[in-house]
Ligand binder design. Structure first.
Ligand code: COA
Length: 316
């Protein structure tokens, strides 16, 4: 199988900035508690009337521009999301329309919660191998503020909205991204009911148990990707971790002795944006010139489902 590489990235960020101090007015919490336990200081939420579909389209347009790829060159479009604006049309079909992507290509949404972007990258690699068009659009987009239970201080402080996008290219002879992906069905640790459910459509979570799961899942994914690719920690130019809690990232960094110039945290500004978190990081790193042509990136995600995954992806 031929591999994919990233050609360009982009992001879309909602306008409403919610600070920890703002949350102090809603639930019994404090800026100090949130900062110390999570590393989060602000998060962006969609303002009234602001649509996640427009933010998704903005991220995708910027990624196309960054890649120098036109919509008619796209061979497949995937949106990883658990909070699409509408179930039908899917967020990916809406993008097909908004961006004028070709009509003879697969466009669909994929839900693997916070691991969604990595599931989508792997799926895109498979799709592009069978496509005459060699560029793909992979987006992670979430509108989690819509499903927040504002009475639950254990979750309402954590989540943000946003969209990140990558244009990838598939070429003969390029190595596969060697994705390792896993799932373990579990409704107790993290749960978001469907729209037809009798329950309120709020997200609920057993934070401490999810934390424990995450600190085991992250090294498992790192080890598996290194083993599958025959690489060592030193071979990696940048580690990109899902931004769920700064402490989870710090533990991984310590375990693998990753130097500060090889990892990144933007959770202080965005909070946990689930499927959007990894592409938001990629887009900021790209803009800051920290990753670019030739960079070898090890990305790791974990989250509801439960799901987890990792891959090694290069910048073209
Ligand atoms: N402000 C103040 N106190 C809070 C609080 C808040 N926002 N949220 C919870 N607390 C309280 C709890 O009620 C508890 O009080 P108690 O000891 O009197 O019962 C205490 O703080 C400790 O709560 P706990 O849930 O054990 O804290 P924690 O250290 O596990 O941190 C999370 C909570 C959610 C930050 C942490 O568990 C976490 O990040 N989990 C993983 C989240 C994650 O990755 N989720 C998405 C998967 S992608």
């Amino acid at each position: 199988m031929n591999g994919i590489k990233i050609r360009g990235t982009g992001r879309g960020v909602p306008s409403k900035l919610v600070t920890n101090r703002d949350l102090e007015k809603i639930v019994d919490t404090s800026d100090e508690w949130i900062t110390a336990r999570t590393g989060i200081r602000t998060r962006h939420h969609c303002a009234e009337g602001e649509r996640i579909s427009a933010i998704t389209a903005q991220a995708a347009r910027r990624a196309l521009e960054d890649a120098g790829v036109s919509p008619d060159q796209i061979g497949a479009c995937l949106v990883a999301t658990a909070t699409p604006e509408t179930l039908v049309p899917s967020a990916a079909c809406a993008l097909q329309r908004d961006l004028g992507l070709p009509q003879d290509i697969p466009c669909f949404d994929l839900n693997a919660a916070c691991t969604g972007f990595l599931f989508a990258l792997h799926t895109m690699e498979c799709l592009l191998n069978a496509s005459p068009r060699k560029f793909g659009l992979v987006v992670g987009a979430e509108n989690l503020s819509r499903v927040i239970n504002w009475a639950d201080r254990g979750t309402c402080i954590l989540f943000g909205d946003g969209a990140g996008a990558a244009v990838v290219e598939c070429r003969e002879g390029w190595p596969s991204i060697s994705a390792v992906l896993g799932c373990h069905g579990n409704s107790e640790l993290l749960y978001l009911p469907g729209p037809e459910s009798e329950e309120h459509g709020y997200l609920s979570m057993e934070g401490t148990r999810v934390f424990k799961f995450a600190v085991e899942a992250v090294p498992w994914c790192v080890d598996q990707v290194l083993k599958k690719t025959g690489r060592t920690v030193e071979d990696i130019d940048f580690f990109v971790f899902h931004q769920a809690n700064a402490r989870i990232i710090d533990l991984a960094v310590r375990k693998y002795h990753i130097p500060p110039e090889k990892y990144y945290k933007n959770i202080a500004e965005y909070g946990n944006t689930s499927a959007a978190s990894i592409p938001l990081v990629l887009s900021e790193l790209r803009e800051q010139g920290k990753i670019g042509p030739g960079s070898r990136i090890l990305a790791v995600g974990f989250g509801g489902g439960l799901t987890w995954g990792g891959c090694l992806i290069e910048f073209a």
